[in-house]
Design a protein around this ligand. Structure first.
Ligand SMILES: Cc1ncc(COP(=O)(O)O)c(C=O)c1O
Length: 495
C-alpha cells in the first residue's frame, strides 16, 4: 500500500468513527506518534491524515495540543457526557481497509447528517446551515494566540491621551509589513489610515472627495457588486453609477464613457462574481484614471485567499500616478465583529483630503482592538491563522467544484471559485435565485440571491451566492445537496 493509500485509510477510519458517534465533538485523538506506533505506520502518515481531516472540518489540530473532534462534524454529544473515546485499531499497512461502507454525510438518512429529519439528535445540531456570504471561519484561530493578543491589549499602559485618529502606529507599521509581503507594495506608515470597517472607510473617502470637489462625488460601482459598500457611498452623499461587470471585472469600455470622480472596484476577486482583472486591464484602468483624474477605490477584501492561478498584483502596487485608494481589513481574515479596516491613501491631494477627513472625524477603532491586532501581526499568529484557514477554504472550494461538476443540472455553472470564501451558482431556465433561496431555506439552508447584488435587475441571470467560510465539510455537503435539489425542483432549463 503506498503512502497516500495509508493516509486515506486513516482518514476514512477517523471519519467513520465521527459519523457513527464513537468520537464526538471535543474528544481528543491520540497523538500522531502514539497512533503511528499503534498502527505500525510512519508518523508522517498520521500527520498527513490529521492534516486532511482538519482541512475537511472533522477535527482541529493545534501545535502542542491534542487534535480534537470539531463540533458539527458528526452526531451531537449526549447531555449526559461521556468519557473520551479511544480510537480503535485501524487497518494496518497492507490491510485493504478503505472508505467503502463508511457513512457518507451527504447521503439521505445518514445518521451523521445533522439535517436529516430521521436523526434523533439534539435539535440544535440539526440547526440551519448558514451559507450566506460574509462570515469567515472566525473560530479557527488558535485560542492561545487569540488570548495572548487580548492580554497584550489589557497590558498596554494606560495613558492620559486621546488615540491618534489615523490609527495606532504599531498597527500601521505591521500593516506596512503585511502589505509588502502579501500585496507587493510598502506604503509609508503616514499613508495608512485605520477605519471602522470598509463601510466607514468608504464614507470617509466620500467626505474627502466632497471637500475637494465642493459637491457630491459621482462614483462608478460594479454591477452586480458590493451593495453594502454602495449604500455606504450613497448615505455619505455620493451619487452611485452602476457599470456592468464582465469576465475581466468592471467593463472598461462602459466606464470610459461614464464621467465619474471615482470608481469602486474589487479587481482581485470581483464581488460577488469572482472575476479576476488581468494585469493588462489593471494597467488600462490606471491609465484611464490618471488621464481623467478619476480616483480608483480598490476593495481588496479577500485577496488573502487565492485557490487557483497566480496572484495578480494589487492596483496599488501598479499605481505610479497616485490614483489608487486601497482598502483592506480584517473582516474576512479574522472576524467582521472587530470592525477594523484600513485605507492606504495615495500621496498627493486626495490622500491629504482623506487624512484631513480622518482627523476631523477622530479615531473610530477602539485602541485595545488595534493593540490586539498589532500583536497578532507582529507575533506571526495572523500568518499562521491565514495558513490554516487558507487550507480549509481550499478543501471546501475543491469540494464545491467536484460536487457541481457532477451535479447533472444542465447549464449549471460554479463561479468565483478561484479565491475567497464564497461561490456563485448560476443556471439557465425559469427557476429564479429567489425561488431557489426560498426552497433551500425551507430545507434549512440559507444562501443569498444573486439578484440582490444587482443595481440593474436581470443583469446576471439566475443564481445564488453561497458562503463557505463558516461551515464544516459535512454541512457544506448538505448545503450543496439542498441547493441543487432546489435548482432542479424550481425548474432548471432542461437543456
Ligand atoms: C466586497 C466586500 N468588501 C469589503 C467587505 C468588508 O466589509 P467590512 O470591513 O465593512 O466588514 C466585505 C465583507 O463582507 C465584502 O464582501
Amino acid at each position: 500500500m503506498d503512502q497516500s493509500s495509508k493516509v486515506s485509510v486513516v482518514v476514512a477510519r477517523v471519519r467513520s468513527l465521527v459519523h457513527d458517534g464513537t468520537l464526538r465533538a471535543g474528544d481528543p485523538l491520540p497523538s500522531t506518534r502514539a497512533l503511528a506506533a499503534e498502527l505500525g505506520v510512519a508518523r508522517g502518515t498520521v500527520v498527513a491524515a490529521y492534516d486532511q481531516l482538519d482541512g475537511e472540518g472533522y477535527i482541529r489540530t493545534r501545535p502542542g495540543a491534542a487534535a480534537r473532534v470539531l463540533a458539527g462534524s458528526g452526531v451531537p454529544r449526549p447531555s449526559t457526557g461521556r468519557a473520551s473515546a479511544h480510537l480503535p485499531a485501524v487497518a494496518a499497512p497492507g490491510d485493504t481497509g478503505d472508505a467503502v461502507g463508511l457513512a457518507d454525510p451527504s447521503r439521505p438518512g445518514d445518521p451523521s447528517d445533522p439535517g436529516d429529519p430521521g436523526n434523533s439528535g439534539d435539535p440544535g445540531d440539526r440547526a440551519v446551515v448558514d451559507c450566506r456570504p460574509g462570515i469567515p471561519a472566525v473560530t479557527a484561530i488558535s485560542d492561545r494566540d487569540w488570548r495572548a493578543a487580548w492580554r497584550a491589549a489589557a497590558d498596554a499602559p494606560l495613558r492620559n491621551a486621546l488615540s491618534d485618529p489615523a490609527g495606532l502606529t504599531a498597527l500601521r507599521e505591521q500593516l506596512v509589513a503585511q502589505l509588502g509581503l502579501a500585496r507587493g507594495f510598502t506604503p509609508s506608515v503616514a499613508r495608512i489610515v485605520v477605519a471602522a470597517g470598509t463601510s466607514e472607510a468608504l464614507s470617509l473617502v466620500v467626505e474627502a472627495l466632497r471637500a475637494r470637489l465642493g459637491r457630491a462625488p459621482r462614483i462608478a460601482v460594479e454591477d452586480p457588486g458590493y451593495r453594502s459598500g454602495h449604500r455606504a457611498l450613497t448615505s455619505a452623499g455620493a451619487e452611485v453609477v452602476p457599470v456592468p461587470v464582465g469576465a475581466d471585472g468592471i467593463d472598461l469600455t462602459v466606464l470610459a464613457r461614464t464621467p465619474v470622480d471615482a470608481v469602486l472596484v474589487s479587481p482581485t476577486h470581483q464581488y460577488p462574481l469572482g472575476s479576476v482583472m488581468p494585469v493588462g486591464q489593471r494597467r488600462a484602468l490606471l491609465a484611464h484614471a490618471a488621464a481623467t483624474g478619476t480616483v480608483v477605490l480598490e476593495d481588496d477584501y479577500d485577496s488573502e485567499f487565492r485557490h487557483r492561478g497566480s496572484p495578480v498584483p494589487a492596483l496599488a502596487a501598479l499605481d505610479t500616478d497616485g490614483v489608487v485608494v486601497h482598502l483592506g481589513g480584517f473582516s474576512k481574515t479574522l472576524d467582521p465583529r472587530l470592525r477594523c479596516a484600513y485605507v492606504v491613501v495615495p500621496s498627493g491631494a486626495v490622500g491629504a483630503a482623506v487624512l484631513a477627513a480622518r482627523t476631523a472625524r477622530g479615531a473610530v477603532v477602539a485602541e485595545p482592538v488595534q493593540v490586539a491586532l498589532a500583536h497578532l501581526l507582529r507575533t506571526g499568529a495572523f500568518r499562521r491563522h491565514l495558513g490554516r484557514i487558507r487550507r480549509d477554504y481550499t478543501h471546501r472550494r475543491e469540494r464545491i467544484a467536484v460536487r457541481l461538476a457532477t451535479s447533472g443540472v444542465p447549464g449549471l455553472e460554479a463561479r468565483a471559485l478561484t479565491g475567497g470564501l464564497h461561490a456563485v451558482l448560476t443556471w439557465p431556465g425559469p427557476g429564479t435565485g429567489a425561488a431557489v433561496l426560498a426552497r433551500a431555506a425551507a430545507d434549512g439552508v440559507l444562501v443569498a440571491d444573486l439578484a440582490d447584488y444587482e443595481t440593474v435587475r436581470g443583469r446576471s441571470g439566475n443564481g445564488v451566492v453561497l458562503g463557505y467560510g463558516a461551515v464544516t465539510l459535512p454541512e457544506l455537503d448538505r448545503a450543496l445537496d439542498v441547493v441543487l435539489a432546489a435548482v432542479r425542483a424550481t425548474g432548471a432549463d432542461p437543456g
